[in-house]
Design a protein around this ligand. Structure first.
Ligand SMILES: NC(=O)c1ccc[n+]([C@@H]2O[C@H](COP(=O)([O-])OP(=O)(O)OC[C@H]3O[C@@H](n4cnc5c(N)ncnc54)[C@H](OP(=O)(O)O)[C@@H]3O)[C@@H](O)[C@H]2O)c1
Length: 317
């Protein structure tokens, strides 16, 4: 009863006390797992949650490819992770996920099977901008670039005995309804709201994880949100929020925990496209007004395929 009330409060669920309360029901051995031989790709591995997701996989023996737009920054993180120890391998690859050419170049040069792909890279833009591919920056970074990467790596994920795909979304998505028109409209010259643009992409990621599961259940697709974690991204994108909540924010490792669990734990082998928080599936709506129709979901799929230049029926090859 008290737990339900605290969870409904949001603050005392997304914050560090929420993590500690929820962690009491975590199964002790869920992450006692040997990932040797598993090939895991993590985008945005150079900062915040991405560092901790990488650490969580690497220290359990996985071979982790760190997909970073800033290679020297990625290499510095890699050196620190190697110093801390781990039995797997770590390699940094240059990928700007907001840029189709960069995503294509990476996918063309990356050989071998992919067991795990974690779409962690994300941005909450402070101002409106449009990428070379004609997309608003948050849409390109959080949604369409990752979708292109998923598509290009799909045959290599299907070569895995247990492929897992994790989208790092946000609790902010609860405030927005799926709005495909708005996602692909040019950002307004005046009155751009990065928080809304971001939350729309995070809603779309959650729907996309469900759509991928419905269409291709062989790949274990999921989305998750980390709660509120103290990362460089929160500090720079939401400085006032950070100043107000600093004392109660989760550590990056606490924020990353559910993504690591989804990527690695036998207990998370069948996430069924669902949206997770603190290792538990969540309702994807808190407000009736955010519920989308089946037609809107289909429209998202078609729009994403159109943007990456793939026939909607041909995504899976
Ligand atoms: N922290 C939270 O409380 C929180 C809450 C909800 C959701 N999230 C989500 O968690 C994920 C990680 O966020 P974070 O808090 O760890 O933020 P962060 O510290 O800013 O890390 C974001 C990572 O994404 C990378 N990135 C951004 N744009 C990229 C691009 N175009 N190509 C490749 N990499 C790019 C960044 O690279 P650089 O190092 O080069 O900047 C960085 O490694 C995001 O998807 C975010 O939306 C976080």
């Amino acid at each position: 009863m008290l737990d339900a009330l605290l969870d409904r409060s949001i603050v005392f669920s997304f914050d560090r006390t929420g993590h500690r309360r929820h962690a009491r029901r975590f199964a002790a051995h869920d992450l006692d797992v040997d990932l040797r031989g598993r090939v895991c790709l993590v985008t945005g591995a150079s900062s915040g949650l991405g560092v901790e997701i990488t650490r969580g996989l690497f220290t359990r023996g996985a071979d982790v490819a760190m997909l970073c737009r800033d290679v020297p920054k990625g290499e510095a993180v890699r050196a620190a992770l190697l110093r801390d120890g781990g039995t797997g391998s770590l390699a940094v690859h240059r990928v700007d996920v907001s840029d189709f050419a960069s995503v294509r170049a990476f996918a063309a040069g990356f050989a071998g099977r992919v067991d795990v792909l974690v779409h962690n890279a994300g941005v909450l833009p402070l101002a409106a901008s449009t990428t070379a591919d004609g997309l608003e920056l948050a849409v390109a970074t959080n949604l369409v670039g990752p979708f292109l990467l998923t598509h290009l790596l799909w045959p290599r994920m299907l070569a895995s005995t247990e492929p897992r795909l994790v989208h790092v979304s946000s609790g902010g998505m609860y405030s927005e309804r799926l709005d495909v028109e708005a996602l692909f409209a040019p950002p307004p010259a005046k009155g751009y709201d990065g928080v809304v643009a971001y939350a729309r992409t995070k809603r779309a990621q959650v729907v996309l994880a469900e759509l991928l599961h419905e269409r291709f259940p062989a790949v274990r697709s999921s989305s998750m949100h980390p709660g509120w974690a103290d990362t460089p991204g929160v500090l720079t994108s939401l400085p006032r929020f950070h100043a107000l909540t600093r004392a109660i924010l989760r550590t990056p490792a606490e924020g990353a925990d559910t993504a690591v669990w989804l990527a690695a734990s036998p207990a998370a082998a069948h996430p069924d496209g669902r949206f997770y928080f603190d290792r538990a599936p969540q309702d994807t709506h808190r407000l009736a007004r955010t519920r989308e129709t089946a037609a809107e979901r289909a429209k998202l799929w078609d729009a994403l395929c159109a943007r990456i230049g793939v026939e909607p029926e041909r995504f899976g090859g």
